[in-house]
Design a protein around this ligand. Sequence first.
Ligand code: PLP
Length: 354
Amino acid sequence: MRPARALIDLDALRHNYQLARTLHGGRALAVIKANAYGHGATACARALATEADGFAVAFLEEALELRAAGIEQPILLLEGVFSADELDLVIRHDLWIVVHHAEQINLIRKAHPALPLQVWLKLNSGMNRAGFLPHEVRPAWQQLKDSGRVAHITLMTHFARADEPHVHTTAEQIATFDAATRDLPGARSLANSAAILGWSAAHRDWSRPGILLYGADPMPGDPNDLRPVMTLESAVMAVREIPTGAPLGYGARFCAERPTRVGLVALGYADGYPRAVPDGTPVAVDGVRTRLIGRVSMDMLTIDLTDLPAAGLGSRVELWGANVPVNRIAAAAGTIAYELLCNVKRVRFEYRGN
Ligand SMILES: Cc1ncc(COP(=O)(O)O)c(C=O)c1O
């Protein structure tokens, strides 16, 4: 069997959730959209079921999958609904919805839900991606109330740059949110992972940790107690020696600067490992760091075993995990850990700590 696999440490997931909840205070919606950032939404929801206050996904189908798997906790749809018929399913499956633009209020006003809706009303406090502008939020709140179709309204916003501790925009977004919602009743939710870690002024009734749950620090560098949840690994499936000056792999990007022992690893960009990383990107072989050499291929990649004489056929190769932070690989690829984690596919998923 091909040795490529993603090991998912559910104890680490629970640990990170509790850390988020403790750091922020109040209640925490575990953000498990996009298949729990690539970790497996059902398995992650089940692992958190006894302790999570609720979950957040992007859209209805993601929530229905969780309900079908027996998840009973509150589930918030971060994109809200796209049509009136989705509102019926929202009620039938006891889901919560974000309302972030006027058309969604129109849908609610025209609908006849069997029970009142649980709404999270989103304010655009400066990110300018989704949500009502400060002067629109009070009328939107009133329209929802007047519709007679809404039970509770939670007030929320989302930060554009909370992972940048030295820029002032997060403080401005907090102030904008507070000013626009000052007289409105209801619980508040502002903080994503970076704000949980770095912006205590944003801590209110509910947090919404995402990337932090999976152990990837959105602000790498600061010490913390996060534990990586996913280990992406495979094994050496062939070894060859190449002489000084010999090219290796597509485009001959790498040329051996000394006699080099090359390990061929069964994992490539079709599995979600980024093709963009340069020579020298770290990997760990049986827990010892070495480097990637040569371009990443679709199903394979090559690593330098010259200084690891004990390594050979079958040696375990960690692409990211406890020895190689996923953030390090993301930086090497010019992207973010979120994208790498979401893109893992085709490998075997194995869960520990059920
Ligand atoms: C509205 C909202 N809240 C929370 C999150 C979680 O963000 P993070 O993964 O940075 O914690 C997201 C993710 O994109 C989001 O869209």
